[in-house]
Design a protein around this ligand. Structure first.
Ligand code: NAD
Length: 332
C-alpha cells in the first residue's frame, strides 16, 4: 500500500456522498451594477454563490459586471426597487440607492421613494421568502455630528429640511422600517452604516471628493477645496467595505454597525496625497479654495469598536495603497 493515497469520502446516512463544501446560497443584490454592489457580487460569485443582481441603471453600469458575462450563476434583472418583485433567495443585500450628492439631489423625491418604497418592498420580499436582509445605511444618518468619533448609539444631528435630507432622512426612515419588520414580523436584518468609500469603478464624474480630486489632478488642473481644507474625512477602501458586509451578513448581530476607516485626514492633506500619486513630477501646484458647500459636515469619523467586537472586522487597506489602486484604475 506504500505510496498509495486513500481518499476518505464521507457518506451520509442515506448512502449518498456528502459534500463538505460550504453551503452555496442564492443571493439578491439590489443596486448590484453600482460601485459597491459590483464589488460585492465579485466576492459572492468567487465564493461560489448564485447571485441575482437587480438594478435600474440610474447610476450603475453594465460594464461593472462585464467580467461575469456568460456566467450561469449571475442573473441580471433590470428593475426599479420602487416596484415590488418576487424572487426566491436566501439572502438580500439591499444597496439600491444613489450615493453621491449630485446624483441623489438631482431627483430628491425619487431618492426618497427609493429609500422608503424600495426598502419596504425588499423587507416585504425578505419576509415572504424568509431571507435575511442586509440594509446599506450610511454615516449620513449622523448628519453634521457634534460627537466624535460617531458611535452607533449617537442619534445624529440631521436636518430634515436641508438639501441632503432626501438621502439622510430617507436612510433613517429605511432603518426604522427595517427594525419594525424585525420586531413585528421577525425578519432577520443587519444594518451597515457605511462611511465614505472609494476604489476602482467609481465614476470620475461621481462628484465626491476622491473622484473630484483625481479627475482634476489627472486632467493636469489644480484641485478645488471647498472651505479652508481643515475639515477632516475618513476614507475606506472598497475591499474593506465588502469584507465588512460579508461578515455582517454572516453574523446574527442585528443592531446597526459602523463600517468605515477611522483614520482621519484633513481635506488639504488628502489633496496633497492625491497630487503626489497622480503627478509625481509636481507639475500641479495650485490648490483652489472655494466657499464651503451648504450642509457639508465638517468632520466625520467612525468608532468601529462594535465591528471589531461583533464581527472581528477592521480595515486592512492603507489610504496610500487604496488610492494607488484607484488612481491606476481611473487613469486607465
Ligand atoms: P452607486 O450609485 O454606485 O450604486 C447604487 C446602485 O443602485 C446603482 O447601480 C443604481 O443604478 C442603483 N439604483 C439606484 N436607485 C435604484 C432603484 N430605484 N432601483 C434599482 N436600482 C437603483 O452607489 P454606491 O456607492 O455603490 O452605494 C451603494 C449603497 O451603499 C447605497 O445604498 C449607498 O447609500 C450606500 N453607501 C455608499 C457609500 C459610499 O461611500 N459609496 C457610503 C455610504 C453608504
Amino acid at each position: 500500500m506504500e505510496g498509495r493515497r486513500v481518499l476518505h469520502i464521507p457518506i451520509s446516512s442515506n448512502g449518498r456522498f456528502f459534500s463538505p463544501a460550504p453551503l452555496k446560497k442564492r443571493i439578491l443584490v439590489t443596486g448590484g451594477a453600482g460601485f459597491v454592489g459590483s464589488h460585492l457580487i465579485d466576492r459572492l460569485l468567487v465564493k461560489g454563490h448564485s447571485v441575482v443582481c437587480l438594478d435600474n441603471y440610474f447610476t450603475g453600469r453594465k460594464e461593472n459586471l462585464r467580467q461575469w458575462q456568460g456566467t450561469a450563476s449571475l442573473e441580471i434583472i433590470r428593475h426599479d426597487v420602487v416596484d415590488p418583485i418576487l424572487v426566491e433567495v436566501d439572502e438580500i443585500y439591499h444597496l439600491a440607492c444613489p450615493a453621491s450628492p449630485g446624483h441623489y439631489q438631482s431627483n430628491a423625491i425619487k431618492t426618497l421613494k427609493t429609500s422608503f418604497l424600495g426598502t419596504f418592498n425588499m423587507l416585504g420580499l425578505a419576509k415572504r421568502v424568509k431571507a435575511k436582509l442586509l440594509f446599506s445605511s450610511t454615516s449620513e444618518v449622523y448628519g453634521d455630528p457634534d460627537q466624535h468619533p460617531q458611535v452607533e448609539e449617537y442619534n445624529g444631528n440631521v436636518s430634515c429640511t436641508g438639501i441632503r435630507a432626501c438621502y439622510d432622512e430617507g436612510k433613517r426612515c429605511a432603518e426604522a422600517l427595517a427594525y419594525s419588520y424585525m420586531r413585528q414580523d421577525k425578519v432577520r436584518i443587519s444594518v451597515a452604516r457605511i462611511f465614505n468609500t472609494y476604489g476602482p469603478r467609481m465614476r470620475l464624474s461621481d462628484g465626491r471628493i476622491v473622484s473630484n480630486f483625481a479627475a482634476q489632478a489627472l486632467a493636469g488642473r489644480g484641485l478645488t477645496i471647498f472651505g479652508s481644507g481643515e475639515a477632516t474625512r475618513s476614507f475606506q477602501y472598497i475591499q474593506d467595505l465588502t469584507s465588512g458586509l460579508l461578515r455582517l451578513m454572516e453574523s446574527s448581530y442585528s443592531s446597526p454597525v459602523n463600517i468605515g476607516n477611522p483614520q482621519e485626514i484633513s481635506v488639504k492633506s488628502f489633496s496633497t496625497l492625491v497630487l503626489q500619486l497622480v503627478d509625481e513630477f509636481g507639475n500641479i501646484e495650485r490648490l483652489d479654495f472655494q466657499a464651503s458647500v451648504s450642509d457639508d459636515p465638517s468632520r466625520r469619523k467612525p468608532d468601529i469598536s462594535k465591528a471589531r467586537e461583533q464581527l472581528g472586522w477592521y480595515p486592512m487597506w492603507s489610504l496610500f495603497d487604496g488610492l494607488t489602486e484607484t488612481i491606476f484604475y481611473l487613469r486607465t
